[in-house]
Design a protein around this ligand. Structure first.
Ligand code: ADP
Ligand code: MG
Length: 406
């Protein structure tokens, strides 16, 4: 199924001294309202992605490159939106990089051209949110191409270090790379290396743990992974459609009736392990009455919001001895304290494995690792690009990687 992914040219191998380098970074950080600032003022809630981008920019700067950074923030509707300006990101980047960062007031307009022209190797230029220009995400090749021509005119070389965007056929990811000599930055290279180890001859036993809310979101990845794994442990909201497919009553739990047939077919593989007990609650709320019940005793008026303690023990046993583990999707509604134990227990079991490659993928799963106070360093790798990682594992072509390999 999965063709061996192409090998990528690396940023470290480019001769960048005195060259103008255009870098696509993933600076799409979560924002929060600033309680002390003027209304509408935003602050950065988690600067992880900015921090992660620093090593490449620092290295390019140290090697004498003239660096222009482009990135997106949120989903502006193809027009400038002050709420989604990269200004606060630029300030944070400057602090972390310890190099002056000049924010252009636009993407390819006058201010951008002026900033890039004025820039010598003594500062970094950050273009405004690339999605302020509707051509960035246009489906029309010619429109994207025209935008990419303008972006490419700023540079001699292009480096992509935004793994979270490689599955997008966007101008700053795909079309610009076609127009300039290019390479993968260290974040993209590291991510591809790990995902390759999951798809090309993984060390066995290979155990995948899946959760999250819906089967339909993850069906493609389950189908792609199932032939290659030894066991697939299923928790989270999606386990109820599997349990129902086995004939259990699931009460008010999440159930996707149109996926029952698909679940039956997947269960025929004999590799899927389901929970044996769940935390069943009266309502979707932290203060709702809730109890642990066996999966064949879920009351009709209750909904399963977490896997139970016997399931955590079962999943832990199933994980013992694994040499490769991929985990995507929380085991329960971990955001509410009474339903976090399943996710904490299973994540802890994965983190405790010795001698295994353990990879966490998915935005909410990575957030769960941090929110539940687990040791981030206990995992081999926490993937930054949720959607891009899943598409990679599905064996789909990722335009941003294909173009770098070309
Ligand atoms: P990821 O972002 O890691 O890929 P998903 O987006 O698929 O994960 O799913 C995360 C969401 O699934 C969480 O917000 C969590 O509350 C929800 N979830 C987990 N278990 C259940 C459940 N039993 N019922 C309803 N929602 C659930
Ligand atoms: Mg999610």
């Amino acid at each position: 199924m999965v063709a061996s992914p192409p090998s990528l040219p690396r940023a470290a191998d480019l001769d960048v001294a005195g060259k103008r380098v255009l870098v696509r970074c993933d600076l799409n950080v979560p924002l929060a309202q600033d309680p002390d600032g003027p209304s509408g003022m935003r602050t950065i809630a988690d600067d992880g992605r900015i921090r992660a981008s620093v090593p490449l920019l620092r290295d390019l700067f140290d090697r004498g490159a003239i660096v222009t950074v482009m990135a997106h923030l949120g989903r502006p509707k193809g027009t400038p939106d002050p709420q989604l300006s990269l200004a606060p990101v630029g300030e944070r980047l400057e602090e972390l990089l310890e190099v002056p960062v000049r924010l252009a007031q636009d993407v390819v307009g006058e201010s951008a051209q002026e900033s890039v022209r004025a820039s010598e190797s003594d500062r970094v230029v950050l273009l405004e949110n690339v999605r302020f220009d509707p051509r960035e995400t246009s489906k029309d090749d010619a429109e994207r191409g025209a935008f990419a021509d303008e972006l490419a005119s700023f540079a001699d070389l292009y480096i992509d270090d935004a793994f979270g965007a490689v599955h997008r056929r966007h101008a700053s990811v795909y079309d610009v790379a076609q127009r300039l000599p290019h390479a993968a930055g260290p974040l993209v290279a590291a991510e591809v290396e790990v995902l390759q180890r999951l798809t090309v001859d993984p060390a066995r036993p290979y155990v995948v743990v899946l959760g999250g809310s819906k089967v339909s979101d993850k069906l493609a990845v389950i189908e792609a992974l199932l032939p290659h794994v030894d066991r697939l442990l299923v928790g989270g909201g999606m386990c109820f459609t599997f349990l129902a497919a086995q004939g259990h009553e699931v009460g008010q739990s999440l159930l996707e009736a149109d996926q029952l047939e698909a679940c039956r077919r997947l269960l025929d593989s004999g590799k899927i392990v389901l929970p044996v007990d769940v935390v069943a609650a009266k309502r979707f709320a932290a203060d709702a009455p809730h109890d642990v019940v066996a999966v064949d005793e879920i009351p009709a008026d209750r909904m399963g919001l977490d896997i139970g303690p016997a399931s955590v023990r079962l999943f832990d046993e199933q994980l013992q001895g694994a040499r490769t583990v991929f985990w995507n999707g929380p085991m329960g509604v971990f955001e509410l304290a009474p339903y976090a134990a399943g996710t904490r227990g299973v994540a802890g079991a994965i983190a405790g494995l010795d001698d295994a490659l353990t990879v966490v993928g998915g935005g909410d799963s990575a957030a769960a690792v941090r929110a539940l106070g687990l040791d981030v360093d206990a995992f081999s790798h926490i993937s930054t690009g949720g959607g891009a990682s899943l598409e990679f594992l599905e064996g789909r072509e990722l335009p941003g990687l294909t173009v770098l390999a070309g």
